[in-house]
Design a binder for this molecule. Structure first.
Ligand code: 5AD
Ligand code: SF4
Length: 485
């Protein structure tokens, strides 16, 4: 990221009469300046500021990308608004399961009718779904009113792409298969002033057989630790107290660096940053979770007492077919070790039901693991076939009804376990980072405990962004009601 004052100084030195420089990020600074001219001209034609709207689907990685895109839009003069009637709408898409794709097509239908009434309206599509060639073909054929399409590897070029879009009547498509490039020092927006996601790596090399992510996010590459630390220092100076380190598989951080470094070592560096109070991270792959990491977490004052440890399935047969590279026993041993070393930690997970060949007995094994690990929460998904993945070619004799039954059986156990588990802190005092005013009751604010559980308690908006001590007085399923001490 770059601060506004720094960027303004650089922009002053850029002469738009010259050709755009080839070197990044200078090239994007050039296009930011150029895009500002275009946006200013368009707004003076209309006698009002140009507006933009973002629609983000999918995971935290996508949410973080959207903040970067909004950062560019605001910088070049767009006013962000909450509804899709804006002059420019961008959809940052997800393709991890088919229902995410279907939602995007639904939205495109809606926005098409808006565009018919306002021909100046621009529609941009980006994100994981755009990395699939069949999707691009479909959009070209059936959604030809879309103005701009780009993927996951070139979001840093957004200013350049906006200039291209406003300079052409044709659909602009810029999709890269992969990249080893990481462009630093671009402007970005932050949704919350007090907490922020920070990318530490991009892509994934695991190739779980059901998963499309390695195909749409490319090969694993780690950000330089110095850049990560510099970014966190800057945002902490701006008021951030909690960071979430983001990567598809944070436990393999650092392997691709010129000077390799482990994730546990990176955490120790982040811990040293003065003024930073809390560190979270997402997502851990069980096969790479080291003893070193467990020890660093155990002794840390800042790393939150929460670990998201995707199980995906509890039967070793299915885990093998999924190419997860651990057995049920190895997963359980790891979970027990973590609980032994860090007793107050909460463990959450992701589980897929209905992977090809999964039987009711296999799901019973998943249920056994849920009961044994006692997850604080588990996100359960029905398997969705993704074209191009190895699992898409595997036959599945299990019927949809059987899958639904298995899913419901698992969900029931997940909910019971989570309810018991979350209630265990009743009566205790814990620190909570206050995140927002309660949506339903304005006399309450909502905060998050170190272990990621939500607590609602009486308080006003001046508390937002502060870490306060709260006594947990009532347990309600997945959250607490509390009072400040
Ligand atoms: N079908 C269903 N769920 C999936 N996930 C990833 N790929 C699929 C798929 N093809 C789930 C996994 C992952 C989470 C982000 O999404 O559980 O951890
Ligand atoms: Fe995130 Fe994966 Fe969806 Fe992309 S496909 S938005 S990486 S969950």
């Amino acid at each position: 990221m770059i601060r506004n004052e720094e960027l303004e100084q650089i922009l002053e030195t850029i002469d738009l009469q010259n050709d755009a420089p080839a070197q990044e990020p200078m090239r994007q600074y050039y296009f930011i300046k150029k895009a500002r001219e275009i946006v200013a001209e368009e707004s003076s034609k209309r006698g009002r500021p140009l507006t933009a709207n973002e629609q983000t689907f999918g995971c935290q990685m996508n949410a973080k990308d959207s903040e970067k895109l909004i950062g560019i839009l605001e910088n070049i003069g767009f006013e962000m608004i909450d509804d899709e009637s804006a002059d420019l709408v961008f959809y940052n898409t997800c393709t991890v399961r088919d229902n995410a794709n279907q939602r995007v097509y639904g939205r495109l239908g809606l926005v098409h009718s808006m565009k018919k009434k306002n021909p100046h309206k621009k529609i941009a599509l980006c994100g994981c779904m755009m990395q699939e060639p069949t999707v691009i073909e479909k959009i070209q054929k059936s959604y030809s009113f879309v103005d701009l399409i780009f993927g996951t590897h070139n979001i840093y070029k957004f200013a350049e792409l906006i200039v291209a879009m406003y300079s052409s009547d044709r659909m602009i498509i810029d999709i890269w298969k992969d990249t080893d490039k990481i462009v630093e020092d671009l402007p970005t927006e932050r949704k919350f002033p007090f907490k922020s996601g920070v990318n530490i790596m991009y892509g994934c090399n695991n190739f779980c057989s059901y998963c499309i992510v390695p195909y749409v996010r490319g090969r694993e590459r780690s950000r330089n630790p110095k850049d990560i630390i510099r970014e966190i220092e800057k945002i902490v100076a701006d008021g951030v107290v909690e960071v979430m380190l983001l990567g598809q598989n944070v436990n393999s951080y650092g392997k691709t660096l010129d000077e390799p470094m482990s994730f546990a070592q990176l955490l120790q560096e982040v811990e040293k940053i003065d003024g930073l109070e809390r560190i979270r991270f997402m997502t851990s792959h069980p096969k790479d979770l080291s003893d070193e990491l467990i020890q660093v977490m155990k002794h840390s004052k800042k790393i939150c007492r929460h670990l998201h440890l995707p199980l995906q399935a509890g039967s070793t047969k299915i885990l093998t077919a999924m190419n997860r590279r651990y057995t049920k026993e190895q997963y359980l041993e790891l979970a027990h070790k973590i609980r032994r070393e860090i007793p107050d930690i909460s463990i959450t997970t992701d589980i897929i039901v209905g992977f090809p060949g999964e039987t009711a007995e296999d799901v019973n094994e998943t249920i056994e693991v849920v009961k044994e690990v006692q997850y604080d929460n588990a996100f359960t998904f029905i398997y969705s076939k993704r074209t191009g993945t190895p699992a898409a070619a595997m036959p599945n004799p299990t019927t949809d009804e059987e899958i639904k039954e298995n899913f419901d059986r698992l969900l029931k156990v997940v909910q019971e376990t989570a309810r018991n588990r979350v209630g265990r802190l009743m009566g205790e005092v814990h620190s909570a980072l206050v995140e927002e005013q309660n949506e339903h009751d304005p006399t309450l604010v909502s905060g998050r405990l170190s272990n990621n559980t939500i607590v609602h308690f009486p308080g006003n908006t001046s508390l937002i962004g502060k870490i306060v001590d709260v006594r947990l007085v009532e347990a309600h399923g997945f959250y607490y009601i509390g009072e400040m001490t």
